[in-house]
Design a protein around this ligand. Structure first.
Ligand code: C5P
Length: 401
């Protein structure tokens, strides 16, 4: 998921050759989950058709204030401006830049701009000499002084054949600038969080393993919530059907507890927070058969070795890291959870009690109790796992406040 997901964007398209690139721009913004309302200047229709952009944005494109006389309707610039979470003018021609800088609002796009209260991003595009003309430089400086973000034009071959600065930034760059800028003020922006999730599979032979019913949902929900708040996430995941597609989440798939242990130790030094949501097998078969074990005797037993306790091993070497563990208990829940805090050197434990209806494996809901290092106990309501994930990320944020 991108920070642009769910964002309402007014994309203003003006009349320069770079307008043809707005087809890709609309696709990328939509793919990132944004809702895009395109508003074009009349001149831009010469470079790309409103039909192309309305098809890609899945919304009618607006150019004029007034629709046909018969319809008796008009496009309210104030409503459009207030709808937007952000406005992007790309490409912005020298003409539109000048009008934006000086308050001229003779078309729908300019009137929406003048009414907008949201952040405004401008990607200029024009020929070399127009770009370096002092009036353009002055207009860009004026627009910067209005707190708008200018996404500078790039160097390269221009449509005129001249070589120099003036090419509109590539759509990928524009989207990256928007994403970086929206993430900037997020509370966990500079935090790296390692999350373990899912079950582990402990091999018996090449085709069999000992596993458990963990779905991985809790860990994946925490990862999704953490990136929404600006964190970078390393998700060390046992085998699960859960999916996450976000450039800020680096998923490292593992199979066994030993694999998970090694990956966690490899990255531990570079992370600020660890959330151990994985259901790690406590034991593994002592000897893994190299060939499929044949069915012979009536009884069959497997000798098991103890797996390393990943979280406890991280607790033993932790420096500044904030460690969160889970505890699933069936009796004397709070006492056992407190013991775990001490034994594993944790900062916070998220206790699930199987005695609570709606809590536990494979369920969409969870009822947890937070217990911190000072043994402060905070029971929470029964909630969706997404809401529990929000509470856990809130705890991380409180730690850094
Ligand atoms: O000791 P117990 O298994 O109840 O502790 C649960 C917590 O410890 C969970 O956060 C789990 O992810 C973590 N754990 C681990 N390595 C193990 C066993 C549990 O990291 N081998």
């Amino acid at each position: 998921m991108s920070v642009l997901s769910g964002k309402k964007i007014v994309l203003g398209v003006t009349g320069g050759i770079a307008a043809y690139k707005t087809a890709s721009l609309v696709r990328l913004l939509s793919k990132a989950g944004a809702e895009v309302q395109v508003i074009m200047t009349p001149a831009s229709h010469q470079f790309i058709t409103p039909f192309t952009l309305s098809t890609l944005s899945k919304k009618p494109v607006y150019t004029e204030f007034f629709n046909s006389k018969e319809s008796g309707t008009w496009n309210n610039h104030v409503d459009l401006a207030l709808w937007a979470d952000l406005m992007l003018v790309a490409p912005a021609t020298a003409n539109t830049l000048a009008k934006m800088a000086h308050g001229l609002c003779g078309n729908l796009l300019l009137a929406v701009y003048m009414s907008a209260k949201c952040p405004v991003y401008i990607a200029p595009a024009m020929d070399l000499d127009m770009y370096i003309h002092p009036s353009t430089a002055q207009n860009l400086a004026t627009l910067t002084s209005y707190n708008h973000v200018i996404i500078p034009a790039e160097e390269g071959e221009l449509a005129s054949g001249l070589i120099g600065k003036g090419r509109m930034s590539e759509p990928e760059t524009i989207v990256a600038v928007l994403e970086a800028s929206l993430s900037k003020d997020l509370p966990l922006q500079n935090k790296k969080i390692l999350i373990t999730a899912g079950p582990t599979y402990e091999p018996i032979d090449p085709v069999r393993f000992i596993g458990n019913h963990s779905s991985g949902k809790m860990g994946y929900d925490i990862a999704k919530e953490a990136v929404k708040r600006g964190a970078t996430v390393l998700l060390v995941s046992g085998p699960t059907n859960q999916k996450i597609e976000d450039s800020r989440v680096h998923v490292i798939p593992v199979i066994s507890a030993q694999d998970m242990y090694e990956v966690c130790h490899q990255y531990f030094d570079e992370v600020d927070v660890v959330v151990a949501a994985a259901a790690v097998a406590d034991y593994r078969p002592k000897d893994v058969a190299t060939q499929k074990i044949k069915k012979k005797a009536d009884e069959f037993s497997i000798t098991m070795d103890k797996n390393p306790d990943i979280l406890a091993s991280l607790g033993a070497i932790k420096k500044q890291q904030y460690l969160i563990g889970f505890a699933l208990e069936t009796e004397n829940e709070v006492e056992h959870a407190k013991e775990k805090i001490v034994k594993k050197n944790l900062d916070l434990i998220v206790l699930n009690s199987l005695n609570d209806t709606g809590a536990g494996f494979g369920k969409p809901t969870n009822k947890v109790t937070f217990i911190d290092r000072a043994f402060h106990i905070e029971p929470m309501e029964l909630k969706s796992k997404e809401a529990v994930a929000q509470d856990i990320v809130n705890k991380i944020m409180q730690h850094y406040e």
